[in-house]
Design a protein around this ligand. Structure first.
Ligand SMILES: O=C(O)CCC(=O)C(=O)O
Ligand SMILES: [Fe+2]
Length: 271
């Protein structure tokens, strides 16, 4: 695993709100990740997340058009909680260290992992922010996105609006049908140049959850599989948004309470 970050890489991330790391996984590690994630997804049989009935492709109560959203990607969350091999991969302190160094924080907890598989001919992932979906409000929160297949301009690689995270807020536009919905909130970015992030399988990117980002449609008959994980810097508090928190934990929380439940949000790295 190519987990050592240079000063230049950290500076690039902090300026632009994203970074691509080529050849993050060795070919052997990539095989291990594919096998673990593939098995974990099969085991779920479409169940979107542990403890809830929602199936991938069904209305999740967050995105307004389930039929459309179901064809953006198959989304399975918290595979680390249902598969031991994924747990081993996702709780790797080396990845936590990368996230902490990029974000400039001392400790990193898993918010949730998610497999994001674009099927053949999948819809694009419209421009959006991540952090406003989550149950804490931290401008440094971020995600890793690991390509399990080559992610190309043809099959739906990621795109970023560089530097946008310095100006965006916690207002949530969701992931709608219209690619340009986000620019109603942030018109200042409607005329900037986006950056495509094609990646070989085994490469990865990190992006700040307030960086405007999206992905293209899958214009091919093959899959575009990615494994991702969202990270919460340690020390955050509940902001009142339920997001993916399960009952009865959710009901036990009131706004302002620390989010430090190791069953739900394990610490994977601390300085
Ligand atoms: O994989 C995609 O299509 C979108 C990924 C994304 O939005 C994310 O990882 O936050
Ligand atoms: Fe996202």
């Amino acid at each position: 695993m190519n987990y050592h970050l240079t000063k230049e890489q950290i500076e690039f991330y902090q300026t632009n709100g994203f970074i691509v790391i080529d050849n993050f996984l060795s070919p052997e590690e990539l095989e291990e990740w594919r096998k673990a994630v593939g098995t974990a997804v099969k085991e779920r049989a479409g169940q979107k997340m542990p403890g809830k009935d929602a199936k991938t492709g069904e209305d999740d109560g967050i995105n307004e058009d389930a039929a459309y959203f179901g064809k953006v990607f198959d989304q399975l969350l918290n595979l680390w909680q249902t598969n031991e091999d994924v747990k081993k991969i996702m709780t790797d302190p080396r990845i936590g260290q990368m996230a902490a160094q990029l974000a400039g924080v001392d400790g990193i907890r898993i918010w949730h992992d998610q497999a994001l598989f674009k099927r053949p001919w999948a819809n694009p992932t419209s421009w959006h922010l991540d952090t406003p979906f989550w149950s804490f409000s931290d401008r440094k929160a971020l995600s890793i996105w690991v390509a399990l297949d080559d992610a190309t301009l043809e099959n739906g690689c990621l795109y970023f609006i560089p530097g946008s995270y310095h100006q965006t807020s916690f207002e949530n536009k969701g992931i709608g049908k219209n690619m340009d919905g986000i620019f109603e909130v942030y018109p200042q970015f409607a005329t900037v140049k986006s950056v495509a992030a094609p990646m070989k399988a085994g490469s990865c990117s990190f992006h700040n959850g307030l960086t405007i980002h999206g992905a293209g449609a899958n214009m091919t008959s093959g899959y575009r599989r990615a494994m991702t994980c969202a990270y919460m810097p340690d020390g955050n508090v509940f902001n009142g948004i339920a997001n993916i928190l399960p009952e009865p934990y959710l009901s036990s929380l009131k706004p302002g309470d620390p989010l430090q439940n190791d069953e739900q949000n394990p610490v994977i790295y601390h300085k």
